[in-house]
Design a protein around this ligand. Sequence first.
Ligand SMILES: Cc1cc2nc3c(=O)[nH]c(=O)nc-3n(C[C@H](O)[C@H](O)[C@H](O)COP(=O)(O)OP(=O)(O)OC[C@H]3O[C@@H](n4cnc5c(N)ncnc54)[C@H](O)[C@@H]3O)c2cc1C
Length: 159
Amino acid sequence: MVVEDAHQPMVDFTVNQDTIYRDPGGPGWALVGDAFHQKNPLDGQGIYNTLFTAQALAQQIQAHRDGQPWPQALDAYAEQVHAEVDPMFRVTMGRIAREVYLTYPDWFAATVGRWLYADEDYLERWIRLLIRDLPPDTWFSYPRVAKSVLVGAWNDLTT
Ligand SMILES: Cc1cc2nc3c(=O)[nH]c(=O)nc-3n(C[C@H](O)[C@H](O)[C@H](O)COP(=O)(O)OP(=O)(O)OC[C@H]3O[C@@H](n4cnc5c(N)ncnc54)[C@H](O)[C@@H]3O)c2cc1C
């Protein structure tokens, strides 16, 4: 979304942008990167996904050259991409929905939100998620959030 006010960024990250999956290809052509799959850029996964799709497509082009019919090669390509991209996409959208698009009362942001973002364990796990060092489905859990909140509250009470 282009914002008209010159003092605003050209792209408004607060708009929950649509996610697109197009057909992976057809007779004699295939899509990679954003052309195949586009998502909200907030968690910075687009370049990784683009490289991944290029690598996966290269493998399937090779398989096609080795005798795999093109439609099956395209199906295998799409399957590989969905398996890699979808778990991270679900987790990213969940985090962004909770932490960016949901509006919380000021007191909540000043306590629970602050405690969460001050927790080194939470931040480290988030960074490791972003660089794909943690499997998407394992990085977040409510017991861990509860621990961050307890530690933050304890620190506030004792310092
Ligand atoms: C604001 C914003 C911030 C982002 N931040 C991050 C980030 O921090 N980390 C991250 O990983 N990802 C980020 N992304 C996503 C990332 O930029 C994209 O996922 C990635 O660039 C997609 O690569 P691509 O090669 O598929 O497409 P593109 O990078 O869009 O490349 C497509 C190219 O094709 C050209 N083109 C289009 N039509 C034609 C035509 N008809 N003929 C010839 N050339 C044509 C375009 O000009 C463009 O140069 C961000 C995206 C946006 C919009």
